[in-house]
Design a protein around this ligand. Structure first.
Ligand code: GLC
Length: 444
């Protein structure tokens, strides 16, 4: 993508004061959509690649290595987007609605493809990312990229919620094993925090945002509930198992296991509390393990940390929210740029690069063979557990209206956690609002 072209268009829109509808028209007619443009012969094809902030320090290296190998042909420029997946999504949606924006390769959340594909915003990759290629990848992430019979993304790394704990502190308090149930977690968190003078028992992501939805769903699933019925047409979030999940979540604050502040914690606040040494337990994604290895970043070392599956409720098994990030290509980018973009995607999802990011950033690979890699197994234990957790992980609903459903869950889970509403009330409100969205989507 040439920056000049996108700036011209944006300036033009600004000057003309075009509204959203006008912008769509102008975007489509004047510029043939966002995306990159064919270069005029000289210089490399330039690609804009978007992703959130990179705590691991691996991303710039991936981009630089690719650029070195393709010097004079393709130049990838990384554009940093918000860490909060919902904010990142909103920014992209605004750009797509205005004609495509200038991002060519999107490092995007697993929950996005249905909505992006249904709107025609991303490229169908089924022919490029062939069935044979796909065989080498884990099934869950491929499924998360499949919508309406086509494949819309290439899985980059996968995520499954897990329970981190301070092994040293548990031992000091007389516990030799991590908890298996939420009740055990509460008891151990309270006793250990007290015995070792640790500020908090348990921290997680309770803020009103997408991560709050995943945390809330994990409580719901581990209590035997779900947000939607299996075939997706009925909202089941106000049924007793789901409500008891939200009750357990709320009890973390009521019973003093978690601070009030967890209701505004996202990934960062929660991992910082844990890595500062202020919490016995942390629910988070695999990336935290690598951060604990960074001197200067973390006061807690990898030796002090244990990892366990998400605890179970009285009537449920252990379930992790399935997360992860894929590569998508902007449907409005120029075909030549799309080809170059796919080269970058192949590079970034290659065995070599996924191995590097697994070792350096504890990102769970999406290529199956890497789970048998001895060095990864020896040095990144979070990956072995991650594999197990993936087997009991559950996706969020795959739907072109998922983002609307999510906004409702974000609000209701958070108000239950804050104690603004009893869990049953929050679940009933969520149920009613979600059902009308599901009905509307079905009648489209
Ligand atoms: C992680 C997951 C992603 C999820 C997000 C929520 O980044 O990989 O799927 O939506 O957390 O905060």
């Amino acid at each position: 993508m040439s920056a000049g072209r996108s700036m011209n268009r944006r300036d033009f829109l600004k000057l003309s004061g075009a509204g959203l509808a006008g912008a769509t028209l102008l975007g489509a007619a004047a510029c043939g959509g966002g995306g990159g443009e064919a270069q005029n012969g000289d210089g490399p094809i330039e690609i804009i690649f978007s992703f959130g902030p990179d705590d691991s320090g691996t991303l710039q290296e991936v981009v630089s290595r690719f650029n070195e190998e393709h010097e004079g042909e393709i130049q990838v420029n990384y554009r940093e987007m918000p860490a909060d997946t919902g904010q990142y999504f909103d920014q992209l949606r605004t750009e797509f609605q205005a004609g495509g924006g200038d991002i060519d390769v999107i490092g995007g959340d697993v929950i996005w493809p249905a909505q992006f594909a249904a709107n025609g915003w991303i490229l169908d990759l089924s022919d490029r990312f062939t069935e044979e290629d796909r065989q080498e990848f884990l099934e869950g992430p491929i499924e998360s990229n499949t919508y309406d019979g086509s494949v819309w993304g290439v899985p980059w790394f996968t995520d499954a919620g897990m329970m981190y704990y301070r092994q040293d502190l548990l031992e000091e308090a007389g516990f030799s094993e991590p908890p298996e149930t939420w009740d055990e977690l509460k008891e151990m968190a309270l006793e250990t925090a007290e015995a070792t003078g640790t500020q908090f028992g348990f921290v997680f992501q309770g803020a009103q945002y997408e991560g709050g939805v995943v945390n809330g769903l994990e409580y719901i699933w581990t209590h035997g509930g779900d947000a939607l019925s299996e075939e997706g047409s009925e909202v089941t979030i106000s049924e007793p198992p789901a409500v008891s999940g939200l009750e357990t979540q709320r009890s973390m604050i009521d019973d003093g296991v978690s601070p009030d502040a967890v209701s505004s914690y996202k990934e960062q606040e929660s991992h910082e509390a844990f890595l500062r040494g202020d919490a016995v337990f942390l629910r988070n994604w695999p990336y935290v393990y690598a951060l604990a290895g960074d001197e200067g970043e973390s006061e807690v070392s990898q030796d002090q940390i244990g990892i366990a599956p998400i605890p179970t409720g009285p009537d449920g098994g252990s379930f992790s929210g399935l997360g992860g990030w894929n590569f998508y290509i902007n449907a409005a980018s120029d075909p030549e740029v799309q080809d170059a973009a796919y080269e970058f995607i192949q590079f970034a999802t290659s065995t070599e690069i996924q191995r590097f990011r697994a070792l350096e950033g504890s990102f769970l690979p999406t290529r199956t063979e890497l789970y048998d890699d001895q060095e990864i197994q020896d040095t990144v234990p979070v990956i072995a557990l991650g594999r197990e957790n993936l087997e009991r992980s559950r996706p969020r609903p795959v739907s072109p209206v998922y983002s609307d459903m999510s906004l409702i869950m974000q609000e209701q889970f958070n108000s239950s956690l804050r104690g603004q509403k009893p869990p049953q009330q929050a679940a009933d409100d969520a149920g009613n609002e979600m059902q009308s969205i599901v009905d509307r989507a079905e009648s489209l």
